[in-house]
Design a protein around this ligand. Structure first.
Ligand code: HEM
Ligand code: HEM
Length: 199
């Protein structure tokens, strides 16, 4: 694969980028999770109508999809590792980015699990796009369901805060610093085209 170089974005070689599996999982999960957050907030604001039920089914289905994908992503990440850190970052920024990434991984597990326990312990289904219901692995227990609902609610705020930091940092690197940080996670061809069109 050819190197992608550009003065304003810095140079980036394949070895400095996340591999295809990691990039695909990152962007697929980003789309799923950002949609789940939007729908979750919408459901929390809507009155109990049929529309809310339909949107909640999609929310739960997206959340369970995220749980299935993180089960693949985390072992892959632990086995394959990450490319060496961008030389555009100082040591303090690297540590800050690592802390946010670890928090995001923890939240990608805790959010769907707390949502699942909230629904199933509360006596509701955990559906997947109307095709099937995920098995009920926790007993029906109203107090447990409410506790999981509170965890889901408070972690949602933490998730939004961590994502606001993560996304604004990525955009700042791309459009203000114009270094190689976003290119590490960007689709290869699009990154090459984007970089060459800048020149
Ligand atoms: C517009 C949205 C997003 C942008 C622009 C973005 C950008 C990036 C970039 C550039 C990196 C590589 C950082 C580096 O190592 O230099 C990264 C890593 C990461 N992103 Fe995102 N991201 C977005 C959304 C999300 C979402 C929704 C999540 C879900 C939790 C997420 C989770 C992660 C994680 C966990 C890593 C660390 C990867 C690893 O080292 O294993 N990102 N992101
Ligand atoms: C990545 C996964 C998920 C994310 C990011 C997420 C995010 C959210 C957010 C932001 C809210 C609104 C705040 C609140 O009321 O708690 C919410 C509500 C909710 N979520 Fe999730 N969620 C996820 C997975 C799930 C799963 C897997 C289920 C169930 C199987 C679920 C069930 C619910 C329920 C029942 C609500 C309450 C809606 C209401 O108050 O009317 N969530 N979620």
């Amino acid at each position: 694969m050819a190197s992608i170089t550009h003065a304003r974005f810095g140079a980036i070689r394949p070895a400095q980028r996340y591999d295809l599996v990691q990039r695909s999982l990152h962007w697929a999960m980003a789309a799923v999770i950002l949609s789940a957050i939007g729908l979750g907030i919408t459901c929390a604001l809507l009155p109990r109508t049929d529309l809310r039920e339909a949107l909640l089914t999609i929310h739960k289905s997206l959340g369970m999809t995220a749980l299935a994908l993180i089960v693949l992503r985390l072992p892959y990440r632990l086995a394959v590792g990450a490319p060496p850190p961008s030389s555009a970052l100082g040591w303090a920024t690297r540590i800050a980015a690592d802390i946010v990434h670890v928090a995001l991984y923890a939240l990608m597990i805790a959010m769907p699990l707390s949502g699942y326990v909230n629904s199933v312990a509360g006596g509701h289904a955990a559906p997947w796009f109307g095709l099937f219901d995920w098995p009920s692995l926790v007993p029906r227990d109203a107090a447990l369901g409410r506790a999981a609902g509170a965890v889901h609610f408070w972690l949602a705020w933490a998730f939004c805060a961590a994502l606001a930091l993560h996304i604004s940092a990525a955009l700042w690197h791309a459009f203000v610093r114009r270094d190689d940080v976003l290119a590490r996670m960007w689709p290869a061809r699009a990154a090459a085209k984007r970089l060459s069109s800048q020149g």
